[in-house]
Design a protein around this ligand. Structure first.
Ligand code: EPZ
Length: 416
């Protein structure tokens, strides 16, 4: 298994480009299942999860033509609406094929994604919504089996805000008979990017980005070309990496537009941020002030940035309180940060962090995607060498991580 070796203590400076958003690309690639015409996507990040999803689509009969960050999918030959366990278990976002397959083929067999390190991750809301639209759904032998001649528009209300639940149901509704209204919809920017892609394919959607999305079903969708939006979590991660090292960086191909809550916290921590049309500049003080966080659905502070900020708070000049309200087990980076000398006390979904003067490098283990990013950030500022094991987690969500960090002056090496 690959490891990452980081020599801490270097101030990050320079400029890097931000990649396309993983969490926009995943649902948008699944949208290609909704039409028999070719769909082309650009600015696709080269990530493990993207490769996994493309392989999953290919075994369904979708033709995949990929050239770097551009891919064209042709689902005219879609003949196997099945997502097998062996593939779904490595990437739970595979559940996003469920809605499109039921809408396009009238049936689907998708393995239950199962939980992951950060929580149980149930998909009951996805199923409830499809049932409300007339699908017969059985959960047996670890698979969701859905069948319906044609989905019917309905008024859907999810019990909690769910990002992929909203995406699955919005995609399913595009080809349903009549109008669907999704209440309590998630408002994440990736949902707006998906809606924009679907509309360019002929879907009739309004309200994406608000908590009420209306979709008027059409007979079929057509091909289109869509550019994936920038990755706001990758952006936030590099802003934190620069901030914790007292650095000064410019990130291009991105914007603060979808990061208001994160930018606010970086300003509170003492950073200066300049927002350009297609770039962000950050300069950080020698030592950050502590910031309190409470994660919540967009536009509030994103749970996907919680671990990165905890790493920053570990060396801040005071005490901070972090509350995680989305997932039940998203503090696993805390015990690894403690190995680096952090002073963190966990009480349920609340972490109290007492900033220390400095962290000491050590060997730590990555447990999930954003926890790994947190350990990288801590390693950048820890004294001496930090070795991060199981970094396949990182490769799922960060394109060219060590190249980008090295371009900013970090001393980072991958050991295979
Ligand atoms: C998406 O996951 C993201 N993944 C996650 O990013 C992100 O952390 C999460 O949204 C929250 O913003 C993708 O977009 C591919 P949810 P998702 O459904 O859709 C509960 C990363 O690091 N719930 O919004 O799976 C659920 O257990 C990943 O890039 C149900 O109970 O999250 C959680 O507690 C990690 N039943 C809460 O809702 C359901 O049917 C929010 O989950 C669905 C969700």
């Amino acid at each position: 298994m690959d490891k990452l070796l980081i020599q801490g203590g270097r101030r990050l400076s320079g400029e890097i480009a931000i990649s396309g958003a993983k969490n926009a690309a995943l649902p948008i690639l699944c949208a290609a299942l909704l039409t028999a015409e070719p769909v082309t996507f650009t600015n696709l990040p080269q990530l493990k999860d993207i490769g996994t999803l493309l392989a999953l689509l290919e075994q369904m009969g979708v033709k995949v033509a990929r050239e770097g960050g551009t891919v064209t999918l042709d689902a005219s030959g879609l003949n196997n609406p099945v997502a097998p366990y062996e593939m779904v278990k490595t990437m739970r976002a595979s559940i996003l094929v469920l809605g499109p397959l039921v809408a396009r083929c009238g049936e689907a067999r998708v393995s239950l994604p199962g939980g992951c390190a950060i929580g149980a991750r149930p998909v009951d809301q996805h199923i409830k919504g499809l049932q409300a639209m007339g699908a017969e759904v059985a959960v047996e032998h670890g698979y969701v089996h859905a069948k319906v001649p044609r989905l019917k528009g309905a008024r859907l209300f999810t019990d909690m805000v769910t990002v992929t639940g909203t995406e699955n149901l919005m995609m399913a509704a595009c080809l349903a008979e009549g109008e669907t209204v999704i209440e309590n919809a998630a408002r994440e920017p990736e949902i707006v990017d998906l809606a924009n892609c679907l509309v360019s394919m002929g879907a009739r959607i309004s309200g994406a980005g608000t908590d009420v999305i209306r979709i008027r079903g059409v007979e079929r969708l057509h091909g289109a070309t869509h550019r994936i939006m920038p990755d706001r979590i990758e952006t936030g991660t590099y802003l934190c990496a620069a901030a914790v090292t007292g650095g000064e960086v410019r990130l291009t191909g991105t914007s603060t537009g979808y990061l208001d809550a994160v930018v606010d916290k970086l300003l509170d921590a003492g950073c200066e941020i300049v927002s350009e049309r297609d770039a962000i500049r950050l300069s950080a003080p020698a030592r950050l002030a502590p910031v309190n966080l409470r994660t919540a659905p967009y536009p509030a502070f994103p749970t996907d940035m919680q671990a990165q900020f905890m790493a920053m708070d570990c060396v801040a000049s005071g005490v901070s309180v972090i509350r995680e309200t989305i997932f039940e087990n998203r503090f696993m980076h805390a015990v690894e940060l403690q190995r680096l000398g952090a002073d963190i006390r966990i009480d349920g979904n609340t972490a109290v962090v007492q900033g220390v003067e400095r962290l000491q490098g050590a060997t730590v283990m990555a447990t999930d995607l954003r926890a790994s990013a947190s350990l990288v950030i801590a390693g950048l500022v820890a004294e001496g060498e930090t070795q991060i094991e199981r970094i396949y987690h990182l490769d799922r969500g960060y394109e060219g991580l060590e190249e980008k960090l090295a371009a900013l002056g970090a001393s980072v090496r991958r050991l295979s």
